[in-house]
Design a protein around this ligand. Structure first.
Ligand code: NAD
Length: 470
């Protein structure tokens, strides 16, 4: 048993510092990847948290101790804190807000058709919060969703508007009953619990010292652990999140384009990236060539930032180019496969990995969606397997369902296939029995779009290796 567990065992009361800050409990609105991890981890810090969601099925599962998403380590934290009654779940969002002094908004901000962030869930959450403010308790409303610069101010307006409808006086500065804080989240799916509890930094955008004090109390455990805190304005905090994600997306795109050039010129992108990464000014992370970035954040956040820049009439050409290059990269992968296989009619690919990255079931904007759809358009069929995303795959790939056979593991997937296609770098795909793969694959083509194998190693088994930029 580690110290963390010891600290949380006997503690069903608020830490005294929190009580003196006048904090009763925390409500988290939205119980998805970010909201559930936030709620669970804050309860593990000894705080009382109610997680609320409009999806009653999700809440019912959580109440029964089932975790609706695949996120390693989250189940233990949820179970422990639910047991000690620090963590509870409700679909009555208004009730959760009523009891809370700090209210996190962690709802989705999906892309609208024009690339801008669709704020309808944030607006709905803000208006629900306003309808729940039945007393004069001071509250901090924290935006954890990734939102365009200016949303903090907009959330305030939505709340004031809704409060006015209920004829409450919120215009008088001294009568302010709430403050808005921007506290963007940087966790990565697959290591979300670790990331939340060991962040590189906590960003707090605020315009009221009282709100800042409350936020420091919420994150007291991390504050004491010397986590760097960036205290700044609300707009700046909002921009930090978009700028960070867009920078990482650009970095990935850069190495993908270098990989494409390496392939043409006979260089090896793995060695290029390794040598580049040793340069302290560059760093080794996000320099892995592959089929293009995906997931719930980079695609939508780059598009939302580009949209913000266009509206502000500021050129953001690097981000715009990365968005276009990333779309090209996915199509290039499909082209590469079909060129090697010749006609795709009646060809079957064994597909290992569908999630946008390992250790998650999330397939939002996963490269698999574009690549398989494109290949299916030319007649390819697929035997697919992913350790976590099989349920999600059934509806995300419903338009090409007729071309897909769902398999129970990697060896089931290769049965009778023409070629192998690795799309997600799950650890269990790193040690395939290559002799068995060779026996099954009719063409012997081994497409490793995550570069998790060495070409020479695979080719020793008589297979033909095709990576990205190697
Ligand atoms: P998600 O889709 O997994 O979860 C959102 C949840 O909000 C859903 O369960 C939905 O039912 C609920 N919801 C929507 N409207 C609601 C309302 N009015 N009241 C209560 N619940 C409501 O989304 P996510 O991946 O957790 O992302 C949430 C936000 O965090 C987004 O802005 C995202 O960009 C950002 N973010 C995500 C990640 C990530 O890795 N997923 C990382 C950092 C930041």
């Amino acid at each position: 048993m580690d110290n963390t567990e010891d600290n949380t065992k006997d503690n069903t009361k608020m830490p005294s510092a929190i009580q003196s800050a006048g904090m009763h409990s925390i409500a988290v609105i939205g119980t998805g990847y970010v909201g559930l991890v936030t709620g669970a981890c804050l309860s593990d810090f000894g705080l009382h948290v109610v997680c609320a969601d409009i999806d009653p099925v999700k809440i019912e599962k959580l109440r029964k101790g089932e975790i609706p998403i695949y996120e390693p380590g989250l189940d233990v934290i949820v179970e422990r804190n639910a047991y000690y009654k620090r963590l509870s779940f409700t679909s009555d969002v208004e009730a959760a807000v009523r009891e809370a002094s700090v209210i996190f908004i962690a709802v989705g901000t999906p892309p609208a058709a024009d690339g801008s962030a669709d704020l309808k869930y944030v607006e709905a959450a803000a208006r629900t919060i306003a309808r729940s403010l039945h007393d004069d308790t001071y509250r901090v409303i924290v935006n954890k969703s990734t939102v365009p610069v200016g949303t903090g101010a907009q959330v305030k307006k939505w709340i004031q508007d809704e409060l006015k409808k209920n004829s409450r006086n919120v215009n008088h500065e001294e009568n302010r009953e709430f403050d808005i804080v921007s506290n963007p989240e940087f966790l990565r799916e697959g290591s979300a619990v670790y990331d939340f509890t060991h962040p590189d930094r906590i960003v707090i955008g605020y315009d009221s010292p009282r709100a800042l004090e409350m936020m420091k109390q919420v994150y007291r455990v991390l504050y004491l652990n010397d986590t760097p805190f960036v205290e700044t304005g609300i707009e700046t905090a909002e921009m930090i999140k978009y700028a960070s994600n867009s920078f990482l997306a650009v970095k990935i795109t850069f190495i993908n384009e270098i990989a494409n050039l390496c392939e043409k010129l006979g260089a090896n992108v793995q060695d290029v990236a390794r040598a580049m990464g040793k340069d302290g000014r560059i760093g080794p992370k996000f320099l892995h060539a592959g089929p293009g970035y995906g997931g719930s954040c980079f695609p939508k956040d780059t598009r939302a930032l580009a949209d913000l820049a266009r509206k502000a009439e500021v050129s953001l050409s690097i981000v715009e180019s990365a968005i276009a290059a990333n779309e090209r990269q996915k199509l290039l992968m499909a082209e590469k496969i079909s060129t090697r296989l010749g006609s795709l009619q009646n060809k079957t690919l064994a597909v290992l990995g569908l999630a946008f990255k390992p250790n998650t079931d999330d397939m939002r904007e996963a490269p698999a969606l574009t690549i398989l759809t494109e290949l299916a358009r030319h007649g390819a069929r697929f035997r697919v397997y992913d350790p976590a995303a099989m349920d999600e795959a059934q509806w995300r790939l419903k338009d090409i369902a007729g071309s897909i056979t769902l398999c129970s593991d990697e060896y089931h997937a290769i049965q009778g296939a023409d070629a192998l296609l690795i799309l997600t770098e799950w650890n269990q795909f790193r040690n395939l029995d290559l002799a068995r793969v060779k026996t099954e694959l009719k063409s012997g083509l081994f497409f490793d779009l995550r570069n998790i194998y060495k070409k020479e190693f695979v080719e020793k088994s008589g297979l033909t290796y095709i990576g990205v930029g190697v």
